[in-house]
Design a protein around this ligand. Sequence first.
Ligand code: GCB
Length: 658
Amino acid sequence: MRSPSLLSLLSLITSSLASPSSPAPNLHSRDATTNLNLSLPQHPLSINLKPQQTSTRDLVSLDGLWSFAIDNTTNSTATPWTSPLPKGLECPVPASYNDIFIDRNIHDHVGWAYYQRTVAIPRGWSGQRYFVRLEAATHHGRVYVNDDLVAEHVGGYTPFEADVTDRVNPGESFRLTIGVNNELTHETIPPGTVEVSEYTGRKVQTYLHDFYNYAGLARSVWLYSVPVEQYIEDITVVPDVDWDEDAETGIVHYTVDTSNGTGSIEITIADEEGNTVTTASGANGTITIPSVHLWQPGSAYLYTFTARILSTSTDPPRVVDTYTLPLGIRTIAIKDAQILLNNAPIYLTGFGKHEDSPIRGKGHDTAYLVHDFELLHWIGANSFRTSHYPYAEEVMEYADRHGILVIDETPAVGLAYSIGGGVSSADSPSTFTPEGINNNTRAAHAQALRELVARDKNHPSVIMWSVANEPASDEEGARAYFEPLATLARELDPAGRPITFANLGQATYATDTISDLFDVLCLNRYFGWYSFTGDLDSAGIALKEELTGWSETYPGKPIIISEYGADTLAGLHSVMGLIWSEEFQIEYLDVYHGVFDTFDNVVGEHVWNFADFQTKEGIQRVDGNKKGVFTRERRPKGAAYALKKRWSGLNNTGLGTE
Ligand code: GCB
């Protein structure tokens, strides 16, 4: 059973985020070992299971056009934004709002924006408890029912909910207003800085990652119901396999959390034909599946795990609540510098991606979802990293169904003050200081990690957690910052998935201070681009030298090159293979691959990036980052064909091409 009132949890989250209940000791001690027992403030989670329509639950999409306004005042409470918004602007949900309107004021807005619509609670929902669920509000969301604030959430890429049962009766309507704030500070994840222009008085947002800080309601909003009597709040499934048998036996450890009530819990597991293969009773237990069909990349066998609450006060028993979960049986382990998927070494091919498309920004789009996975399949990719934040839950579900492996990353990007969107500045300030990345930042980071694992723990596609992208892991304070987060990541996942972080080029095997805390070395490297620009001979030598250093320093850990790439202007050609040309991108990748192939412990290659993507305005990028193998519109550059050729010839990708 879990705590009864979601609303009280939500208000607790808000207050505890504002002032952590148990302040952690100073991060900046020179002696990292004194910080081993740092206590991270605890924040309750506000996530129930992803809503679904079942015989006991209803689901209403609130996607579509909402009234929209931005708050240009400096005082966010000055205007009663919960009153009907001024007529005029309508904004699509899901979508980032920045590129929708032809208005620089909206595009560049820093602060609160408001979405509003009328919502009717269906008449038949008496006897139900009902929630408004936001899949994401980037980066800080507030939910108002008529004039009342009913939920608040910090963190732009994970869901949260408002219980509206006691506020609106079935058959009645209410005005739903959602405030969304895009400000990033040194205590948010990702971090940034807001300054006020001395000339215009306008807020200006800066941040340390290169992708554009798209904001708004980029994912779906739902109204959904569960039975008041008792409902399923959470399910955890941990798959395992007994390899000793002739025919492998699947093992499923499960836990079902429910609201208070007296019903009994029944579990059914069905195969893809819908035949029941096994059943169990009780809120937790272990189930075996003889002659199991394994979940594999490219061959994603999914069982259906159904949990039901039954009331035995009637004969036959009555179904109080039911929820189904796709269930993939597979194992993931690290051994002898290899990643073992289902007990066999796997080589990862694929990309760092972004949620990014023209006009919608980071808005979830099912057409792009399907098309992107088609392209992954076409090119021979078996995996991607959710760089640099959790992606929409629909993406994870699609990866489950289509056998794509996912390195699932938190939104902790930009925790290195030496970096400005991939371009170093030599005299930057230290990162881990009370005025910079501090205890409160880490508390927000811990919460982002908790919410990521809580949301994605059941996905067979997720094979690894990435705790951060390119933190200043070579700086003083990094170990004190990361050690408790690495411990937390291990504690959070009952399935014990490997953990990693994407390492920044300047933090070499000689200067990095945290890699021993992680299972897999993910290295982002740009020799030939940010250093040795255009000089691929030197790049190849530097890469080889560096991989040798990592291999000798961490002999048992597998290495994935989690980023390597070169900006490439689609259609630009050069017989001499000069930078920015399609020929250079091909040659650059080729040099890297030649080096990877000489290391047995290099077990994966993720090109940066799958597609060109929008970045913050700046003098170093022309209309975005062009390291895509596909353009922003998903047209192939020459490198796409080169990768397809290489990846279709590789062993151990699990795609059956070898
Ligand atoms: C990186 C970052 C990524 C950037 C990339 C680049 O190291 O991890 O977010 O987009 O470099 O292209 O500069």
